[in-house]
Ligand binder design. Structure first.
Ligand code: AMP
Length: 416
C-alpha cells in the first residue's frame, strides 16, 4: 500500500515525500482511509507507530487554508505539542495551512499574536488553551475537527476536567479522533461522551512488535521458574511454544522437566548434530513436538508459522535478542504471546527491554500460583518490592476455537 492510494492531495504527498516516508505504517494504513471517510476513530497506538501522521494527514487533506480555526489537537505535554506542531509543518509545507502551537511555561504574548493573525489548526496543551479561551483569543465556531492525543496520559496528568471544559465550548457537529496507548475505564467512558459511532483501530510499535503480539513479564523466584512455566503452558493452552533458555545445559534440564510432565519436546542447541537439529525442527514443524526448547541459536533466521507462544525462560541480555525471540510468534497477522520469566537477579536486564518496548510490556502475576514456596537449597534473591509488583492478572486461558487451531496447524511450516 502506498500513500498515493489513499487519494491524498498532491500538496500533502509532496510533504510526505520530502519527509522521506515511502510506505504507510500499519496504524496509518488502518486509520487514514477511515478518517478520510469522516468517521470518528479510537486509535490504540503509542508514540513510535506513526500515529501523528495517521491523524494529521487526513486533517490537512480536509481543511482549506482560510485562516479560520477548523481543527484542534489536544496533547498532554509541551514536548508532544512541539513534536506534533513540527509534523504539521513538515507534512503541510505545501498546503498553505497555518497552525499555532500553544503550551504553557512560555510567554503568552507571541501566542496571542499568532492566534490574532488567524490559524486553521491549533495544537495545544489543555491548561494554556483554556487560558486563551478565557481571554477571548480563540474562536471555535468554525471548528469541525478535534483530536485527543495520548488520552491515557491526559488522564494520568489530571487533565480530564480541563478537556471536558474545552469540549463543552466546541461545536457538537464535528469529526473527533482519540488516540491512547491504553484504554482505562475513564477513557472508555470519555469515548462514549465524545465520539459518535467510532471505528477502533490498533497498532503496536512497528520497530518492536508485529500486530497481535502481546508482551508479558512474570516476576518469579529463579527456583520456581520451571513450575510457573508448566502452569502457564497448561493455563494458556499453548498449542505450539518456543522456549528460549540461555545455556545448552539449561535447555537439557528444562527439556527433562517438561518431558517428565508428559509434554512432547524438541531440543535445539549447538551441541546437537546437524541431523538432530533438523529432526528437532521438523518434529516441531509437523506438530510431533508441541514445544521447542532452544538456545538463542533458534532466535535468528528461523521462520516458522503458527507458534502461539514464545517464552523467554531467561531474560536476554540485549533488547535486540528479545525482539528476535518474540518475533517468532504473531507472524503474518496472527496473534501471539511473548512471555518473559524474570527472576530478581534479572531485573536490570529487563529494564532495558521494558524501555525498548515503550510501554507495551505488561507486568503479570499468575493468581493461583504459590510464589512463596521456599527453594530446596534456600538462599537466592527475592523481590524487594514484591507487594507492589504486578497488579495485573495473568491472561485468561486462550479460547479453544477449533477454527483458530486448524488455521494454525495448516500454517505451521518452515519457510527457510
Ligand atoms: P509517531 O508515532 O507519530 O511519533 O511517529 C514516530 C516516528 O515515525 C516519527 O519520527 C515519524 O517521523 C516517523 N514516521 C511516521 N510515519 C512514517 C512512515 N510512513 N514512514 C517512515 N517513518 C514514519
Amino acid at each position: 500500500m502506498s500513500f498515493e492510494s489513499f487519494g491524498l492531495a498532491s500538496t500533502i504527498l509532496k510533504g510526505i515525500q520530502e519527509a522521506g516516508y515511502q510506505v504507510p505504517t500499519p496504524i496509518q494504513q488502518k486509520a487514514i482511509p477511515v478518517l478520510l471517510q469522516g468517521r470518528d476513530i479510537i486509535g490504540c497506538a503509542q508514540t513510535g507507530t506513526g500515529k501523528t501522521a495517521a491523524f494529521v494527514l487526513p486533517i490537512l487533506h480536509r481543511i482549506k487554508p482560510e485562516r479560520r480555526l477548523r481543527a484542534l489537537i489536544l496533547v498532554p505535554t509541551r514536548e508532544l505539542a512541539l513534536q506534533v506542531g513540527e509534523s504539521i509543518r513538515t507534512y503541510g509545507r505545501h498546503t498553505g495551512v497555518r497552525s499555532a502551537t500553544i503550551y504553557g511555561g512560555v510567554k503568552i504574548e507571541p501566542q496571542i499574536k499568532t492566534l490574532r493573525q488567524g490559524v486553521d489548526l491549533i495544537v495545544a496543551t489543555p491548561g494554556r488553551l483554556l487560558d486563551h479561551v478565557e481571554r477571548g483569543n480563540v474562536e471555535f465556531s468554525a471548528l469541525n475537527t478535534l483530536v485527543l492525543d495520548e488520552a491515557d496520559r491526559m488522564l494520568d496528568m489530571g487533565f480530564i476536567p480541563d478537556i471536558r471544559r474545552i469540549i463543552r465550548k466546541l461545536p457538537r457537529d464535528r469529526h473527533t479522533m482519540m488516540f491512547s496507548a491504553t484504554m482505562p475505564l475513564e477513557i472508555r467512558s470519555l469515548t462514549r461522551e465524545m465520539l459518535r459511532d467510532p471505528v477502533t483501530v490498533e497498532a503496536t510499535p512497528s520497530s518492536t512488535a508485529a500486530d497481535g503480539l502481546t508482551h508479558r513479564v512474570f516476576p518469579v523466584p529463579a527456583h520456581l521458574k520451571g513450575k510457573l512455566l508448566l502452569n502457564l503452558l497448561e493455563r494458556e493452552k499453548a498449542e505450539s511454544a518456543l522456549i528460549f533458555v540461555r545455556t545448552r545445559r539449561g535447555v537439557e534440564k528444562l527439556a527433562r522437566l517438561l518431558q517428565g510432565k508428559g509434554h512432547r519436546i524438541a531440543r535445539l542447541h549447538s551441541d546437537r548434530t546437524q541431523g538432530q537439529r533438523e529432526k528437532a525442527l521438523s518434529d516441531f514443524r509437523l506438530g510431533k513436538s508441541q514445544i521447542l526448547v532452544a538456545t538463542n541459536i533458534a532466535a535468528r533466521g528461523l521462520d516458522i508459522d503458527g507458534i502461539s507462544h514464545v517464552f523467554s525462560y531467561d531474560v536476554p541480555d540485549h533488547p535486540d535478542d528479545y525482539i528476535h525471540r518474540s518475533g517468532r510468534t504473531a507472524r503474518a497477522g496472527e496473534k501471539g504471546d511473548a512471555v518473559i520469566l524474570m527472576s530478581p537477579e534479572e531485573a536490570d536486564a529487563l529494564k532495558s527491554i521494558e524501555k525498548h518496548l515503550n510501554g507495551a510490556l505488561i507486568w503479570a502475576m499468575h493468581p493461583d500460583f504459590n510464589y512463596t514456596e521456599p527453594s530446596p537449597t534456600s538462599g537466592g534473591a527475592s523481590f524487594r518490592h514484591r507487594p507492589a509488583l504486578a497488579p495485573v492478572e495473568a491472561k485468561p486461558p486462550r479460547s479453544r476455537n477449533p477454527f483458530g487451531r486448524r488455521k494454525r496447524e495448516e500454517s505451521r511450516r518452515i519457510k527457510t
